[in-house]
Design a binder for this molecule. Structure first.
Ligand code: PRX
Length: 653
């Protein structure tokens, strides 16, 4: 098993537990007997969860796993995902309930009821159909957190079109490769976006991305910042001109349970992002089930806020599909947490009486840095459940979250899952589980996970190894868009004999058998909860004319979890490796991939440590990046390389 970073070791010395209060347990959605119920008959358990949804035609079989690893859930069932997330709440008399309290970064806001959402989604669905889109087509969406982004996703779902949301911070190059990979017919974007108090362009980046993109017929532009944008005649259409005049009546058609819902690209161990494919019935079932139980959500009572961006899976499952399927009233915030001040989130919690708050450890650590006095200025007494996602949460951050945000009483759910899993897999259940700072603890009822050794044999209590998912689950990915081979190789070949899904995470059982996640065991980095592959950043670096070779590692970072550290060999001796050259390279990576991939540090070196077969030994580079004594160098082709690197760095060369 790959070595762990020392910062994670302290996770395992944590022994405090926080049992739920009696009062919380008495009202909790989840009960302890869920585990036994699911174990007794998993398929019956999931069938019961699927009853949360409205099915136009009921399924004839819960699970078909005969074509593993491609699962079919709720076989023969038909449903419309958007109807489930919107219309049925209006039909059941809740049209006046607020679905979205939208808060714009500059201070503007909109409250959207379920009835209004239904009209908006219907109009948008009619608009997309008027452009000739048909079920199975693809639409790429690159937008900030504005209501139209959610409406666009739901409109696609309503007509059976796959959406593929590309995070707003991704570069034109990154957008283009995603648009090409799926041959998107339409791209939806905004004129600009507000970031840190300023309007930044968006449409011009999309224009740059789409130059010569053959599949794209139309670009729909939502007006957000009001800045002037170039319009390509015949291709570009304003959202308001296209959508506003459409009828608010649209009949949702029911699609097969396995009809594709969306593609979402995520980083793997190679440079090319993977288009993760999710389908309808199973995904929505798991989204609704987990949102209901993991967050203890009560429709019509709670105010929920997930701080993710819709460009990531958390935004898909826990802003759009899960919450809306459960008739949630939620806050959607457009901007950054310190605009215009560092108390912005707490001000929003106070104003909207947010009761469930779901965020990432990197943000919690940032709040810690900003100081306890900031949340103390606000009334946070409405908060009753707190969630964490995206990376291991260190016990210090967990305790800080509990004490400063959760008034020492709100249960914290540390939720482990992935783009590929579609929904939460491992998490405490509030009201049931005695929580432990830093541990995601237990696979949810209906989900099965194990920690295994190299041979695929489950390790004992106290043992560590690889996290695998040993039974199919409803929200599981159904493939990688256009690349079945890669799907099988990436997830199913490592433990092919046992038929386990290989998650790519290291994990450990504690003495109670609870699971502790220890970070990735492959070449995927986790920076502020965002997945970035080392190879992706290396390819970006070597695409710069001055770089001969590059090796990238994720080094432990106190705020972002990991920081990107790059080691580069420059071409020719004439090239100067000074600050300016390094800055230029950092900017180059940001331009190629997006600002989230900008290396924290770039070190210019003369050599890279390689094995005799030419493989770069990242472990040794990580030692350098984390200022540790360099480990065992005996497998290096030339063991003096590490001395050269270390002495070169010390002398500033
Ligand atoms: O390494 C794990 C980490 O994030 C990876 C999945 O990243 P992504 O597909 O972008 O989805 C993030 C949001 C679901 C995992 O392989 N990860 C996610 N949640 C946790 C976590 N690591 C530890 N604890 C978590 N709660």
């Amino acid at each position: 098993m790959t070595e762990q970073s020392p910062a994670l070791d302290n996770l395992l010395t944590e022994s405090r537990t926080f049992p739920p209060s009696e009062a919380f347990s008495a009202q909790a959605n989840a009960t302890a007997d869920f585990y036994a119920e699911a174990d007794a008959d998993r398929e019956a358990f999931w069938a019961k969860q699927a009853e949360r949804l409205h099915w136009e035609t009921k399924w004839s079989q819960v699970l078909d796993w005969t074509n593993a690893p491609v699962a079919k859930w709720f076989v023969g069932g038909k449903l419309n995902v958007a109807y489930n997330c919107v219309d049925r709440h209006v039909d059941s008399g809740h049209g006046d309930q607020v679905a979205i309290h939208w808060v714009g970064e500059p201070g503007d806001s909109r409250d959207i009821t379920y009835a209004q959402l239904k009209d908006d989604v219907s109009r948008a669905a009619n608009a997309l159909e008027s452009l000739g889109l048909e079920a199975g087509d693809r639409v790429a969406i690159q937008m900030p957190m504005v209501p139209e982004a959610i409406v666009a996703m739901l409109a696609c779902a309503r007509i059976g079109v796959l959406h593929s949301v590309v995070f707003g911070g991704f570069s034109p190059t990154a957008l283009r490769s995603r648009v090409d990979d799926q041959a998107a017919r339409i791209v939806i974007t905004t004129d600009g976006q507000y970031r840190r108090g300023k309007a930044a362009p968006m449409k011009v980046n999309v224009d740059e991305a789409l130059e010569g993109a053959e599949s794209v017929e139309k670009v729909i532009v939502v007006r957000r910042t009001g800045e002037e944008v170039p319009i390509t005649e015949g291709r570009d259409i304003w959202w308001h001109e296209l959508v506003d005049g459409q009828s608010a009546e649209h009949t949702p058609q029911a699609f097969d349970s396995e009809h594709p819902l969306f593609i979402l690209y995520t980083s793997g161990t190679t440079g090319k992002p993977k288009g993760i494919l999710h389908t309808s019935g199973g995904y929505l079932t798991q989204a609704a089930y987990t949102h209901h139980n993991v967050f203890d959500h009560k429709a019509g009572e709670d105010v929920y806020w997930c701080t993710a961006d819709i460009g990531w899976i958390t935004g898909h499952t826990y802003i759009v599909y899960g919450p809306l399927a459960n008739r949630t009233t939620q806050v959607v915030y457009e901007g950054t947490p310190n605009t215009p001040h560092e108390g912005r989130h707490w001000e929003i919690v106070q104003q909207h009486k947010v009761s469930i708050y779901y965020t990432a450890p990197t943000l919690i650590r940032t709040f810690m840095k900003w100081g306890n006095e900031i949340p103390q200025k606000y009334d946070l007494s409405s908060l009753r459940v707190l969630g964490s996602v995206g990376e291991p949460i260190n016990p210090e951050a967990w305790i800080w979250y509990r004490e400063n945000i959760g008034a020492n009483s709100a249960p914290i759910v540390d939720t482990w899952w992935q783009t590929e899993t579609g929904g939460i897999m491992i998490s405490p259940l509030p009201g049931v589980t005695a929580t432990k700072p830093g541990s995601a603890q237990k696979a949810l009822p209906g989900i099965s996970a194990k920690v295994v050794d190299d041979q695929g044999v489950e390790v004992g209590k106290g043992g560590g190894g690889y996290l695998v998912l040993d039974k199919p689950w409803p929200g599981m990915l159904r493939g990688i868009w256009g690349d079945e081979q890669r799907f099988r190789e990436t997830y199913w070949s490592r433990f092919a004999d046992q038929g386990f899904y290989f998650a790519g995470d290291g994990a450990k059982y504690d003495a109670d058998g609870d699971v502790w996640l220890l970070g990735r065991v492959d070449d995927v980095m986790n920076v502020s909860g965002h997945r970035i592959s080392t190879t992706e950043v290396e390819s970006a670096l070597v695409s710069h004319p001055t770089v001969a070779e590059a090796a990238v590692v994720g080094a432990t970072d106190p705020t972002t979890g990991q920081g990107i550290v790059a080691f580069v060999i420059l071409r020719g001796n004439a090239v100067d490796g000074g600050d300016e050259a390094v800055q230029e390279l950092r900017n180059h990576v940001a331009k190629e991939i997006g600002p989230i991939a900008k290396p924290r540090q770039i070190l210019v070196v003369q050599e890279l440590p390689k094995t005799r077969s030419g493989k770069i030994m990242r472990r040794l580079l990580r030692d350098v990046a984390e200022n540790r004594q360099v480990g065992d160098v005996t497998t290096l082709a030339d063991s003096s390389v590490m001395d050269l690197i270390s002495s070169g760095l010390k002398s500033g060369k």
